[in-house]
Design a protein around this ligand. Structure first.
Ligand code: ZN
Ligand code: ZN
Length: 312
């Protein structure tokens, strides 16, 4: 926070606010700010050419450790619509919006989605070899359910329509076309996972980002709880996860695009399992990567899971 205050001097803010357009004008595109890459892609699908989109946390980047830049506050101050996931996913966002003095409505895309409560009250992340607890009583990773992605898209269309009435028929048409793609995607995922032997549908990941995927498609995900590659307690924690991996006969261990693979490599070697590649959890890949859109991300994750689980 101190850093943000330093970066966003009150002088800059005042200058921004006098030049910012208070609302959407006919001759300019709808200015949309999305918090991270996955919802940025959904916004693009609904908004097409009518919006000017700025996504704050880019490809392969972790929203948890994101450090906002002055340009982000500038974009928020000028925004007509702000899109966030909510459920405490974007810890940096509230303060940044406040600092920007943005007057734009904030649309929480998980509103109306089927949300999973987290019985553990949150999940662990691994940053520089250390376990960090992210307290989220409701699991924020709701986009890993295609049914929830449909809710996100509906909320985006509503937000765009409210801010740009002339464009509403276009937004609704785009949203309906994309919704059909999501219906197809959900069917593809179901077919691919259903073809796997039931007893092999157990995977290990670095952080607990796939509970919605587990609920909707029936792959069990195990994740380390508080294991740190540096801490003294780590050996015991790893041992308990290894026991769980053996009990549940996990088929493969996966790394993630947003976090370093040291911990899962250690787990894989201790459990005698191979690393099954990287899953895209909390961010898309860059444009040249295999998961540059939401649809590609979900397909790539399923392909990676199926190939590793089906390997022997
Ligand atoms: Zn988290
Ligand atoms: Zn996460």
């Amino acid at each position: 926070m101190k850093k943000m205050k330093f970066l966003l001097s009150s002088l800059t803010i005042a200058a921004l606010c006098t030049t910012a357009m208070p609302s959407h004008a006919k001759d300019k595109k709808l200015a949309v700010v999305s918090s991270f890459s996955i919802i940025g892609d959904l916004a693009k699908a609904v908004g097409g050419d009518r919006i000017e989109l700025r996504t704050l946390v880019g490809p392969n980047s972790d929203a948890h450790v994101y450090e906002p830049r002055p340009a982000d506050a500038l974009a928020l101050a000028r925004a007509d619509v702000i899109l966030v996931n909510g459920l405490l996913f974007e810890g940096f966002m509230d303060r940044l919006i406040e600092a920007s003095e943005s007057k734009a409505p904030i649309t929480v895309l998980t509103d109306g989605a089927e949300i999973l409560n987290d019985p553990k009250g949150g999940h662990y992340h691994y940053v520089d070899g250390k376990a960090i607890f992210h307290a989220t009583p409701n699991d924020p990773h709701a986009w890993q359910s295609v049914g929830n992605a449909k809710v996100y898209v509906g909320n985006i269309a509503k937000a765009f329509c409210a801010a740009d009435k002339d464009g509403c028929p276009i937004y609704e048409k785009n949203a309906a076309a994309y919704d059909e793609k999501l219906t197809g995607l959900a069917a593809e995922i179901k077919t691919a996972i259903d073809a796997l032997p039931k007893e092999r549908r157990v995977a290990v990941v670095a952080h607990n980002a796939f509970r919605y995927f587990e609920r909707d498609y029936g792959v069990t995900f195990l994740a380390p709880q508080g294991v740190s590659t540096e801490s003294e307690a780590s050996a015991a924690d790893v041992a308990s996860l290894i026991r769980e991996i053996r009990e549940k006969k996990a088929a493969a261990v996966f790394s993630e695009n947003i976090s370093d693979a040291r911990l899962v490599k250690q787990i894989a070697s201790e459990a005698g399992l191979e690393l099954g590649g990287a899953l895209y959890s909390d961010a898309l890949s860059p444009p040249e990567g295999p998961a540059a859109s939401y649809l590609d991300m979900m397909r790539y994750n399923v392909k990676t899971l199926v190939e590793a689980i089906d390997r022997d």
